[in-house]
Design a protein around this ligand. Structure first.
Ligand SMILES: [Zn+2]
Length: 254
């Protein structure tokens, strides 16, 4: 027998009466994608938004979760001077995301999974909020920074380390929709800069929007077959992390 499913897992598409039938009795986990608008080499400015939204849609059923509307505007940082990018002031961002998390807890979700698409200062804000709001609302909150957590997969698929707007995000975006990747605009390695080791140098604006985690590695690749493998492996690894974390929270009786 096929297991019953809600008509949609997206919170902006479901009706309140159907929501009440499912949450929290049959679904007590929610995926919250968070991104920002930021220049990304030759891929779309909304990469950090589109990736976690696509990821949530891919894994929601597997982890039996609803999907909250994405928090699109974020805390960008050193790339916010690039055209079409911007940043929300830190205190405003923090308070807004806190209110979203509290709202999800009020809606009776027990497990809140933040699928974060953006690095820099945003990751620190989100992990601090997870602890604060988790404590206040007695919910269980996981923050996933997918590109770091899946650094083994970029090694496995591309045989090298990753990069911001480099191989990792380009592959994931290509798998979502090749039209989001403007390969013709890629003029070569001079478009990228390796992230400086601490205390060597820093710059604002950062001189490139492609940032390599390791000198000489992580440049964008435009290989659709590898992109699809990368996409599938990343989604699978994130889904497993969520399932494992919930299982261990339950085991510990938290
Ligand atoms: Zn990004």
């Amino acid at each position: 027998m096929k297991e019953a499913q809600p008509s949609t897992r997206e919170m902006e598409r479901i009706n309140w009466m159907e929501f009440r039938e499912w949450v929290p009795a049959k679904i007590d986990t929610v995926l919250l994608p968070l991104g920002t608008l930021e220049a990304h080499g030759v891929i779309a400015n909304g990469t950090d938004i589109l990736v976690p939204v696509a990821m949530a849609k891919q894994i929601a059923r597997q982890v039996n979760a609803m999907i909250a509307p994405v928090v699109s505007y974020g805390f960008t940082g050193i790339l916010d001077a690039y055209p079409g990018s911007f940043t929300i002031p830190e205190n405003v961002y923090r308070d807004y995301v806190r209110a979203v998390l509290v709202g999800l807890a009020k809606n009776k979700f027990r497990n809140i999974i933040m699928l974060n698409g953006h690095g820099g200062g945003q990751t620190a804000i989100l992990s601090a909020l997870a602890q604060e709001v988790g404590r206040e609302t007695t919910t269980r909150i996981l923050v996933v920074n997918w590109w770091s957590y899946c650094s083994d997969i970029v090694q496995e698929v591309f045989g090298e380390d990753g990069g911001h707007a480099g191989n990792t995000e380009t592959a994931y975006m290509m798998a979502i929709d090749p039209a989001l990747v403007m390969e013709a605009r890629y003029t070569g390695p001079e478009m990228a800069t390796a992230i400086p080791t601490p205390n060597t140098w820093s710059a604002y604006p950062f001189p490139s929007s492609i940032l390599l985690y390791k000198e000489g590695e992580g440049y964008p690749k435009f290989d659709l077959a590898k992109a699809k493998i990368y996409f599938a492996k990343v989604n699978e690894k994130i889904a497993r992390l969520i399932q494992e974390t919930i299982r261990k929270w339950d085991m510990a009786g938290l």
